[in-house]
Design a protein around this ligand. Structure first.
Ligand SMILES: CCCNc1ncnc2c1ncn2[C@@H]1O[C@H](/C=C/CNC(=O)c2cc(-c3ccc(F)cc3)cc(O)c2O)[C@H](C)[C@H]1O
Ligand SMILES: [Mg+2]
Length: 214
């Protein structure tokens, strides 16, 4: 059976990255996906916006929706303070072991817990099963039509507190119109738009930050 693109990305990281060096894992994936095979990692340009917001949030508990290969999990976890933790939800069983391996090569396995399953099934369990109180930071990068319903779930299960920061990828392309409709012109959110470009491409894209006001 031929290897998948995601497996080939892992092979490249495993062969080229410096073990325990998160920056070298990110550089390796960015290089591979710019030069060999495009993949939907948030990438180096939008990654700088992600870095900025994570530093601003300085989260103790962070959540990511859509682990994929673990690129943004590494990106986020490398910035977390010692007591902080990232939960990343991924429902595709093929990607979970690949992401776990990439996170381990980055030396961040103690900072990240990958929760395998559908976000809509796991979000309701975060408090009871995973002992989460509230989330300080949420990165949305899964199916774009799920950003809005899953944000509403986060609200309904009391997982957001005054000042919780949501950051959504792909507001430009593929776009997440329902999510924008939900958070913009909504008195419970303070939104900021960050124009950028699609990972590894010249095409325009953007990210949206939505701070929950309680
Ligand atoms: C129903 C289950 C919902 N709950 C879920 N629960 C758990 N995990 C979930 C759920 N829904 C999805 N996932 C996982 O998240 C990942 C999915 C990520 C999706 N990302 C995109 O589609 C995208 C496209 C482009 C793009 C740009 C230009 C192009 F030309 C083509 C593509 C660029 C980008 O930056 C993009 O992030 C992963 C693959 C998938 O298994
Ligand atoms: Mg994305």
């Amino acid at each position: 059976m031929d290897q998948s693109k995601e497996q080939r990305i892992l092979n490249s990281v495993s062969y080229n990255a410096i073990k325990g060096d998160a920056e070298s894992v990110l550089d390796c994936i960015d290089k591979y996906c710019s030069q060999k095979e495009w993949a939907m990692n948030v990438g180096d340009e939008k990654g700088l916006i992600l870095d900025k917001i994570v530093k601003e949030a300085d989260p103790t508990v962070a959540l990511e929706l859509g682990t994929y290969c673990g690129y943004s999990a590494v990106r986020i976890a490398r910035l977390l303070k010692p007591s902080a933790h990232l939960f990343s939800i991924e429902f595709n069983a093929e990607f979970v072991p690949i992401a776990k391996e990439i996170i381990e090569i980055a030396g961040l396995e103690d900072k990240v817990t990958i929760l395998e399953g559908h976000a809509q099934d796991i979000i309701p369990q975060l408090k009871t099963k995973y002992n989460v109180d509230t989330l300080d930071f949420v990165f949305l990068d899964h199916w774009k039509d799920r950003y809005a319903p899953d944000t509403i779930l986060l609200e309904q299960y009391g997982l957001l507190r005054k000042g919780s920061i949501l950051l959504a990828d792909n507001i430009g392309f593929p776009g997440a119109p329902d999510f924008l409709k939900h958070v913009r012109n909504n008195e419970h959110y303070e939104c900021t738009h960050y124009p950028s470009h699609l990972e590894y491409m010249k095409a325009p894209d953007a990210m949206e930050k939505a701070v929950y006001l309680g």
